[in-house]
Design a protein around this ligand. Structure first.
Ligand SMILES: NC(=O)c1ccc[n+]([C@@H]2O[C@H](COP(=O)([O-])OP(=O)(O)OC[C@H]3O[C@@H](n4cnc5c(N)ncnc54)[C@H](O)[C@@H]3O)[C@@H](O)[C@H]2O)c1
Length: 260
């Protein structure tokens, strides 16, 4: 299977290493910013979508960020090529959601949202079929992991000594306000009760060393209570290693006859 990446960073590197040792998954090229001059793998890096599509990929994997979803998701789908998205928080933007949905509806191609660092996406989306009544997500990270986010303006991150809630609200507000840190909240919303009805708490906690996501849900199926302590990606401490692993899982499922 010929795979093209959008992105040339930490996730792209792990995905390309995985594909390099896989018998049937072949990365044919990646699309990056003009600053992405050196490839993170053996494949070439290009700077335009037509140049990427010239590699004739069977599947495009986005691992770049919200601006890349905005720029490239709809044209990839309109070209009839399936798209795997990791920057799920971008879909909290209603205009972009409509644009991507309309492009997918006009095409035979599908968008696959990866679970990323969120545990229990399978149970949440299955439970939704019987009706969910409550979904909450609490994401805790070390205080310094919130640097470069709006929390910097509201909290003295360097001097937080106890567990501090830096945001409380719904998944849409979380994803739009913390675009680089609330992809998991958006995935919970998309799998479950939607952006407005999913409650999100973002926490700076000096007692944690990993990214801890605690998902709780209730519905006709019963109750769900899952917590993941996710290790950071080797090349990007802000990205959980699970983000790349969940893309690999989707690719592995594309390549195998028995899908788990
Ligand atoms: N769903 C999840 O749980 C989850 C978890 C972590 C990260 N993510 C998403 O994955 C993205 C990538 O993570 P990473 O750790 O690899 O980041 P990174 O910063 O290491 O790499 C991002 C790469 O994308 C490129 N890029 C950025 N904007 C682009 C654009 N508009 N067009 C083309 N290339 C562009 C950058 O130049 C860089 O090569 C994050 O921005 C985030 O949105 C999702």
């Amino acid at each position: 299977m010929k795979i093209a990446l959008i992105g040339n960073g930490a996730i792209a590197k792990l995905v390309s290493q995985f594909c390099a040792s896989h018998p049937t998954l072949n990365i044919v090229g990646a699309l990056g910013l003009p600053t992405d001059t050196t490839s993170v793998g053996e494949h070439p890096v290009v700077q335009t979508l037509p140049a990427l599509l010239a590699f004739k990929p069977d599947l495009v994997v986005e691992c770049a960020g919200h601006s890349a979803v905005e720029a490239y998701a709809a044209p990839v789908l309109e070209a009839g090529i399936d798209l795997v998205l990791v920057s799920t928080g971008s879909l909290a933007d209603e205009t972009l959601w409509k644009k991507v949905s309309a492009a997918a509806a006009r095409s035979t191609a599908k968008v696959r949202l990866v679970a990323g660092a969120l545990p229990g996406v399978d149970a949440l989306s299955a439970g939704k079929l019987a009706g969910l009544t409550k979904v909450t997500l609490q994401s805790s990270k070390p205080p310094k992991a919130w640097s470069g986010t709006p929390a910097e303006k509201t909290h003295d991150l360097a001097n937080i000594t106890q567990r501090t809630v830096i945001f409380s609200g719904n998944a849409r507000e979380a994803a739009l306000t913390f675009p680089k840190n609330a992809n998991v909240a958006a995935t919970a919303a998309l799998a479950g009760l939607g952006f407005e009805a999913t409650t999100v708490m973002l926490v700076a906690d000096p007692a944690v060393t990993q990214n801890v996501h605690h998902l709780q849900a209730e519905g006709a199926f019963g109750t769900l209570d899952l917590k993941i302590h996710a290790n950071p990606s080797p090349d990007n401490p802000k990205t959980s290693h699970m983000a790349a692993l969940s893309i690999m899982r989707v690719l592995e499922n594309e390549a195998t006859a028995i899908v788990v």
